[in-house]
Design a protein around this ligand. Structure first.
Ligand SMILES: Nc1nc2c(ncn2[C@@H]2O[C@H](COP(=O)(O)OP(=O)(O)O)[C@@H](O)[C@H]2O)c(=O)[nH]1
Ligand SMILES: [Mg+2]
Length: 318
């Protein structure tokens, strides 16, 4: 079915959640209309603040997201929520429960909720997440919360799309050590010790400080990630989290790091798209005569594989 992109973008900018959802589906499905969509959205994007939440399953990311949405809505911000599952080949599934839990926001047109999976397409989330963020941004979200499912490398990458990354830990889960292993301490801008109603919250905070000190002394001119304790299920400490997010954002803006971060992200996005385009063109060569001929000559020992690869690359870039 052909997509009326200008009409869809217009409706999304008016805050129609169905249009926003439709545009994100186009991203998720790597629709051929995406070029047109991104061209149409670009003049309206670049305003939203992006906050990533990461941490082990069960630590309280979805509960914290819901509590943050309430706090942000209370001060009048329009909020987008993108739940991202880098490991899942299709959307729904594990994230569906989270969507149900967000139902108290379902009728609020200042909140957009969407879960997204990589569907295994080339470039995966490195490519689709920034585009989904652009949709929410252009739709007028002041802040977008990106929740990832776990603490693996893919989650670190998704988190790095954020201006501010929250790393959640809970008492007694050994999360600080797991976070250190996954390379997450480096990307954390704010640490949240959730489930502070349980025993061991202070110990978890001490573990974090210890792991941070092992990582070496931080430059005092650089942001020092605060450690905030919360009971997300009772919205306790959530205002402190919002305040930490705001403080970090101010620091980013004043230090010039916000622009630097966003440029770096744009570079990653361009690279991911370019690599996808190149791989698609390479794929088109499979079954075509160019790759077959080169392969025959390499197999016969007439040509070395590097020269063959150079020929192939020259063939797809001209
Ligand atoms: N005791 C306690 N339970 C919590 C708290 N926050 C969340 N939970 C519970 O922990 C479980 C997992 O929370 P969820 O938000 O789904 O975690 P996620 O997998 O990180 O998204 C749920 O049963 C929540 O109700 C908290 O602050 N204290
Ligand atoms: Mg969750």
């Amino acid at each position: 079915m052909p997509v009326d992109v200008p009409a869809l973008v217009e409706r999304a900018r008016d805050g129609d959640p169905r249009a926003v959802g439709r545009l994100i589906s186009l991203v998720e499905n790597a629709s051929p209309s995406l070029r047109e969509v991104m061209t149409a959205l670009t003049p309206y994007a670049g305003r939203a603040r992006v906050v990533g939440l990461t941490g082990s399953p069960g630590v309280g990311k979805s509960t914290s997201t819901a509590a943050l949405v309430r706090a942000l809505r209370a001060r009048g911000s329009r909020v987008g929520i993108l739940a991202v599952d880098p490991s899942s080949p299709f959307s729904g599934g594990a994230l569906l429960g989270d969507r149900v839990r967000m139902q108290d926001h379902a009728t609020d047109n200042g909140v957009f909720i969407r879960s997204m999976a990589s569907r295994g397409h080339l470039g995966g989330l490195a490519w689709s997440t920034p585009q989904a963020l652009r949709v929410l941004d252009a739709a007028g979200c002041d802040i977008v919360l990106v929740e990832t499912v776990g603490v693996g490398q893919a989650e670190v990458e998704v988190a790095s799309l954020a201006d501010t990354t929250l790393v959640l830990v809970a008492p007694g889960m050994g999360d600080a050590i797991q976070a250190a292993k996954a390379g997450i301490l480096e990307v954390a801008d704010v640490f949240v010790v959730n489930k502070a109603d349980r025993e061991g919250a202070d110990q978890a905070a001490r573990d974090l400080r210890h792991m941070l000190s092992l990582a070496g002394p931080r430059d005092p001119a650089v942001w020092q990630p605060p450690i905030v304790k919360t009971v997300a299920s009772r919205s306790e400490g959530i205002d402190d989290v919002v305040e930490a997010i705001d403080r970090h954002h101010e620091w980013l803006a004043e230090s010039g790091r916000l622009d630097a971060k966003r440029r770096l992200r744009a570079a990653d996005e361009i690279e991911a798209i370019a690599v996808t385009v190149l791989r698609e063109r390479m794929g088109d060569l499979r079954g075509g005569s160019v790759l077959d001929e080169l392969a025959a000559r390499v197999a016969a020992g007439e040509l070395d594989p590097y020269t063959a690869a150079d020929n192939l690359v020259a063939g797809v870039t001209t």
